[in-house]
Design a protein around this ligand. Structure first.
Ligand code: NDP
Length: 393
C-alpha cells in the first residue's frame, strides 16, 4: 500500500472485501442481487479512488432507506428511448447506480448518432459521487455532464437558511490514450459528506464552508452541521446551484431539493430525486482534430508548477490495488450489522482447489440446499454464518 497514512482509527480492508461487505449489508437489508451489486460496486470504486465520503461511509444511509421501505431494493429500471436524442429512465424508487449503469451505453450511443443526447433519471435516490457516470461516458468517447439536487443544506448567497442541496456537477472529457479528464464537485463550498467526516474526525474546515446556528461563519464542522453550508464562490456558485435545482428538477420532471425534503420520511438516507445527464460527441461537433487539440490545453496546464488536472488524484489512487484504510468505528458497525443478522442470512462460498470464491447469497436454508445441489466433483461448499463458521463437506 502506498501513499495512505494508517492511523489508530482505521482498519485495512481489501477492495474485494469492501465490495463484499457493502453487498452483504445491502442484501441483508432486502436489496436483490442486481441492486446490491450496482451499489456495492459504486461504493467499492469510491473507496478505491479515495472518494471516502461516498464509500462505506454511505452504507448506513443506504440501509436505512431499504429498511424504512423508502427505497425499493428490487427496482428494475428500464431506460426508454423517447426520441433519438432523449432517454428517460424511471428509477422505480431504487438507488440510482443500477438505473445509471443500464442507461449509460444507450446515452453514449445516442450522442454518437445525434451529436448530443440527454438522459433524465427520475424516481431514484442518489447518494453517490457523479464521476462514475460522467467518466463512463467519456470512456465511451463522448463528453459527459451530470447534475443532481439533494435536500436543502446550502443557503443561497446572502441568506442564512438552507434552500439548495449541495447540488454537485460533474464534467468528463475523453482523452487520447489516457483516462478521461473529470471534475466532480458539490456547488456547496464543501460536500456535506466531507463536513460530516471532518466533524467525526475532529478536523476544522476552511472559513467560508458554512455558518453555525447563529448565522456566523465558523471553521467548526460540528457547528456547521447545526447551521448551513454556503455555496462555493458566493453569488456565482449560488447561481450554478440554482441551475442544478432547475435542471435536475422541473427539467427532468422531478422536484426541487426543498420539495424532496418535504416528502422524505427522514430515515437519514437520500430522498427521491432526479438526475440530468448530458452526452456530447466532440467528433460530430468539433471534427477530427478535437482530441489532439484538447491535449494542447492539458499540456499547457500541466507545464505550470503547482497545477494538476482534476481527477488526477483519483486516478493515482486507483492504480494502487492494495487495501484501503477505513474508519474502524464504521467498519465495526457494518460488520456488527451482519453479525447481528446471524442465522437469517448466509453467504454461500465455494472452495475449489483451495481457491475460495463467492458464489451466492441466501436468505434461507432452502436456497442453500438448492446451492448445495449444484456442487460437483472436488468442490467443497462452505456456508459462512457470519459469527459461526461452518463447513459442509
Ligand atoms: P472536491 O472539492 O474534493 O473536488 C472537486 C473537484 O476538484 C474534483 O474533481 C477534484 O479532483 C478537483 N480538485 C481538487 N483539488 C484540486 C486541485 N488542487 N487541482 C485541480 N483539481 C482539483 O469535491 P467536493 O467535496 O465538492 O465533492 C465531493 C463529491 O461529493 C463529489 O464526487 C460529488 O459528486 C459528491 N456529492 C454528491 C452529492 C449527491 O447528492 N449525490 C451531493 C454533493 C456532493 P480529484 O478528485 O482528482 O481530487
Amino acid at each position: 500500500m502506498t501513499g495512505k497514512k494508517v492511523t489508530m482509527k482505521t482498519i485495512e480492508i481489501s477492495l474485494p472485501d469492501i465490495y463484499q461487505l457493502a453487498y452483504d449489508c445491502l442484501r441483508q437489508a432486502g436489496a436483490n442481487h442486481d441492486n446490491a451489486d450496482a451499489v456495492a460496486d459504486t461504493v467499492m470504486r469510491a473507496e478505491r479512488d479515495g472518494s471516502v465520503s461516498h464509500g462505506l461511509f454511505r452504507i448506513p444511509g443506504y440501509l436505512a432507506t431499504l429498511k424504512s421501505g423508502k427505497v425499493n431494493g428490487n427496482a428494475n429500471p428500464q431506460p426508454e428511448q423517447v426520441t433519438p436524442a432523449f432517454i428517460r429512465c424511471h428509477g422505480e424508487n431504487g438507488h440510482a447506480p443500477l438505473a445509471i449503469n443500464r442507461s449509460i451505453e444507450m446515452l453514449a450511443n445516442s450522442a454518437k448518432i445525434c451529436g448530443v443526447a440527454a438522459l433524465s433519471l427520475t424516481h431514484s435516490h442518489h447518494f453517490a459521487a457523479l464521476w462514475p457516470e460522467t467518466e463512463a461516458l467519456a470512456e465511451r468517447g463522448v463528453v459527459g455532464f451530470a447534475c443532481v439536487s439533494y435536500t436543502p443544506m446550502v443557503a443561497p448567497a446572502g441568506g442564512t437558511e438552507a434552500l439548495f442541496g449541495t447540488n454537485p456537477i460533474s464534467f468528463a472529457w475523453p482523452r487520447l490514450n489516457q483516462p478521461p479528464l473529470v471534475f466532480d464537485m458539490a456547488t456547496a463550498a464543501m460536500a456535506m459528506g466531507e463536513v460530516q467526516i471532518a466533524a467525526r474526525d475532529n478536523h476544522s474546515v476552511p472559513l467560508g464552508t458554512g455558518l453555525g446556528p447563529n448565522g456566523e461563519l465558523t471553521e467548526d464542522p460540528k457547528e456547521i452541521l447545526k447551521g448551513v453550508l454556503l455555496p462555493f464562490g458566493g453569488h456565482k456558485g449560488s447561481a450554478i446551484s440554482m441551475m442544478v435545482e432547475l435542471m435536475a428538477g422541473p427539467m427532468v420532471g422531478e422536484g426541487f431539493s426543498f420539495e424532496a425534503a418535504a416528502s422524505d420520511n427522514g430515515d437519514g438516507g437520500p430522498p427521491q430525486g432526479g438526475e440530468f445527464i448530458l452526452a456530447i460527441s466532440p467528433q460530430i461537433m468539433g471534427g477530427d482534430n478535437w482530441a489532439e487539440h484538447a491535449e494542447k490545453l492539458f499540456s499547457k496546464l500541466e507545464s505550470y508548477e503547482g497545477i494538476r488536472l482534476p481527477g488526477q488524484r483519483r486516478h493515482k489512487m486507483r492504480n494502487d490495488t492494495g487495501p484501503r484504510a477505513v474508519n474502524s468505528e464504521l467498519l465495526n458497525k457494518l460488520r456488527g450489522i451482519l453479525t447481528a443478522f446471524g442465522g437469517k442470512g448466509f453467504r454461500v462460498v465455494l472452495n475449489t482447489f483451495n481457491r475460495v470464491q463467492f458464489v451466492s447469497y441466501a436468505h434461507d436454508f432452502t436456497a442453500i440446499d438448492r446451492a448445495l445441489l449444484k456442487v460437483i466433483g472436488d468442490c467443497e461448499l462452505i456456508v459462512d454464518h457470519r459469527s459461526d463458521f461452518q463447513a459442509l463437506r
